[in-house]
Design a protein around this ligand. Structure first.
Ligand code: FMN
Length: 164
């Protein structure tokens, strides 16, 4: 079993649900990225502020954590889709912890269209081995089925980890 870490950001619980299922299968540590100042999670303004942060390529300050990403072999990144891309918290994370030569899995959660989220993350992670990626449409609406799919996907990452 590779030493695994699942890193995620979740405003409304969808990405957290998948991150936990993946971490269970991989026996991974979990790291939730938490901005010091989160955007409002209700009403129209979340789209406004979240969208603006993505467009302006902002790097919101993250709450400190003690895990050391460099110590892991397999790293899964999970993000909601915001304005067709990954969330600003990952922009901060990847600037502060550039990953290299890791085996990586990528997943996103979305409500309509995945946009360029996975492609954009792959570009940021070009010095790593991408084992697989997957998108989940509104997973919290069907939590059991979504967790099952997430666990199967996590198993496929482990299979690929040996091959790539
Ligand atoms: C600021 C903001 C922007 C969003 N932009 C998109 C989008 O471009 N495409 C899409 O399909 N869903 C979009 N969504 C919906 C989320 O991706 C979706 O609800 C996701 O499951 C939320 O994950 P979470 O519950 O872990 O926060 C957006 C949500 C927010 C808050």
């Amino acid at each position: 079993m590779p030493k695994s870490l699942v890193i995620y950001y979740s405003l409304e619980g969808n990405t957290a649900l998948i991150a936990k299922a993946v971490a269970e299968t991989l026996q991974a540590d979990l790291l939730e990225l938490q901005p010091v100042k989160n955007i409002p999670n209700k009403g129209f303004f979340k789209f406004f502020w979240g969208g603006k942060q993505v467009m302006m390529k902002e790097q919101p300050e993250l709450q400190p954590f003690s895990l050391k990403p460099a110590e892991y072999d397999l790293i899964v990144l999970g993000t909601p889709v915001w304005a067709s891309s990954y969330v600003p918290a990952f922009r901060t994370f990847l600037a502060q912890y550039p990953l290299k030569d890791k085996q990586v899995g990528l997943f996103c959660c979305y409500a309509g269209n995945e946009g360029k989220t996975i492609e954009a993350l792959k570009t940021e992670l070009s010095g790593n081995i991408i084992l697989g990626n997957i998108g989940f449409l509104n997973p919290a609406k069907t939590p059991e089925a979504s967790a099952k799919t997430a666990k199967e996907w996590a198993k496929s990452l482990l299979e690929n980890a040996g091959k790539k």
